[in-house]
Design a protein around this ligand. Structure first.
Ligand SMILES: [Zn+2]
Length: 102
């Protein structure tokens, strides 16, 4: 039995503001999934809930990806950058998702 080792402790959530960084992070996550360290799981909660004055309706924004760490159980939220819109990575250490109030 091989113990899966992750390096979540050394990684943090960040804002993705360059295309190069986006590509690096995207391939990092894909690599982790291939190595069965992370699991690609369905995104079930929006990271932003608000009201659009223009559309006169409630809006919910969902991240592109959620990854669950098979080793430490932490949850990673990854929203792809779509420049000029920046992307982000957020970390939920106990694996529990909490909606940030903006
Ligand atoms: Zn981990």
């Amino acid at each position: 039995m091989i113990q899966i080792k992750c390096d979540c402790n050394e990684r943090y959530g960040i804002e993705i503001n360059t295309y190069k960084l986006f590509e690096e992070i995207k391939s990092f996550f894909e690599e982790q999934v291939k190595n069965e360290i992370f699991k690609d799981i369905p995104v079930t909660e929006p990271f932003y809930v608000g009201y659009s004055e223009v559309k006169k309706e409630n809006i919910k924004w969902y991240a592109t990806k959620w990854y669950k760490c098979n080793s430490c159980g932490c949850l990673w939220e990854f929203n792809y950058a779509d420049f000029p819109a920046k992307g982000f990575v957020k970390k939920y250490e106990n694996g529990k998702y909490t909606l940030e109030s903006l």
